[in-house]
Design a protein around this ligand. Structure first.
Ligand SMILES: [Zn+2]
Ligand SMILES: [Zn+2]
Ligand SMILES: [Zn+2]
Ligand SMILES: [Zn+2]
Length: 377
């Protein structure tokens, strides 16, 4: 296993053509940091931005973890709103492909991927979901945007790659230099959204920290307090790990509590890592000679690239449909009745699904020009 060159500041991949990180700005330094980018057979991917559009206030609200219980809370206005879990299915499939198929050391399948330039010139890829769903449950939008990079988490103090391993459904990390350790549980329902998800390394998933609660300080002010001694804790932005200044207990402040104590712009969430097991769906599609993105089957450039590559031997046929069984006329009639009933129940609302998706890789560094700000924000 050759390993990947990573940024010592944030742990995401350090492209060979760059000398500093375009996400955290840390210089890569003369001695590159190299890490496995995997834990056992599972690949690590960093989700360094995740947000959705609030249906009430319209801001893009950040998300601190893979939350698959069907709701999300806006960090701007506090509204809890429906959040279709299938958005995480798409986002994690995308993250899996980025982790599994990016450079710089590529096998023949990875070399055909749209992510092949990550690790060489590029750092990350962003997918923005933009779909309006209209069905019997009403109208919802899918707006989850995720920016993903391969890499390996590093110790925030020592900047060396962490040891990462799985113990059942718990992911554990440890810094070999300072011995700082952490345990993370899988979010409930997360595997239902994406079965290959085996770990989520986000502050919200820490299982080895006491959780701060809302209480009253001695002065009678409602505030986030230490669960051990009741002293008030300063609320950081978003989900934060804090230490009680009175009793020294290390605590975690849940993102929702932190939001209630805060005014102004939504907090910047810490990046989190996901552990994804096995070959990505994109790799499986490429291995069958198809475009790696199921939503993107008529992408011209992709088709052109695929045409140059001979099909992989032993791959299953691209289409394996069994012949359609003869239609039972009774079942058909029943289906028509239900369809008419459905239209009646919808009360004239058009039923349909509109899907539009957008993926963009970050820009390569300017060729041999003097460094200057590129003004992308
Ligand atoms: Zn970085
Ligand atoms: Zn809002
Ligand atoms: Zn350390
Ligand atoms: Zn305390």
């Amino acid at each position: 296993m050759p390993g990947v060159r990573i940024c010592p500041g944030c742990g995401i991949i350090a492209p060979l053509a760059r000398t500093s990180c375009n996400v955290c700005s840390a210089p890569f330094g003369p001695q590159p940091t190299v890490a496995a980018g995997r834990a056992g057979a599972a690949v690590l991917a960093c989700i360094h931005a995740a947000d959705f559009t609030c249906k009430a206030c319209g801001i893009r609200s950040p998300l601190a973890t893979v939350d698959a219980h069907g709701e999300a809370e806006c960090m701007g206005c506090g509204l809890r709103q429906a959040f279709d879990v299938v958005q995480w299915t798409d986002a994690l499939g995308f993250a899996h492909g980025v982790g599994d198929l990016s450079g710089p050391s590529l096998d023949p399948i990875g070399a055909r991927s749209r992510h092949a330039k990550i690790g060489v010139e590029l750092t990350s890829s962003t997918k923005t979901q933009n779909a309006m769903i209209m069905d019997g449950q009403g109208t919802r939008t899918h707006s989850l945007r995720t920016s993903v990079s391969p890499g390996h988490p590093v110790c925030k103090t020592c900047h060396v790659p962490l040891d990462v391993w799985l113990e059942g459904e718990t992911t554990k990390t440890r810094c070999a230099r300072c011995n700082d350790a952490a345990s993370y549980g899988l979010p409930p329902n997360a595997r239902g959204a994406y079965p290959a998800l085996v770990g989520v390394l986000s502050n919200e998933q820490r299982t080895d920290r006491a959780v701060a609660r809302l209480g009253r300080t001695q002065a009678g002010v409602e505030s986030i307090v230490c669960p051990q001694c009741g002293a008030g804790l300063g609320a950081g932005g978003g989900s934060e790990l804090a230490k009680c200044t009175y009793c020294g207990l290390a605590v975690r402040i849940p993102g929702t509590l932190a939001r209630q104590q805060r005014r102004g712009a939504p907090p910047k969430m810490d990046p989190f890592w996901v552990l994804l097991d096995g070959p990505s769906p994109a790799r499986q599609r490429l291995a069958r000679g198809k475009s790696e993105d199921a939503d993107d089957d008529d992408d011209d450039e992709e088709q052109r690239v695929l045409a140059l590559v001979p099909p992989v031997h032993g791959a299953p046929p691209a289409w394996g449909h069994a012949p359609m069984p003869p239609k039972a006329s009774g079942a058909t009639k029943l289906a028509i009745v239900f369809a008419i009933l459905g239209l009646f129940l919808l009360g004239g609302t058009a039923a349909g699904i509109a899907v539009w998706m957008n993926m963009e890789e970050d820009e390569p560094p300017p060729p041999a020009a003097p460094p200057r700000a590129r003004g992308r924000k």
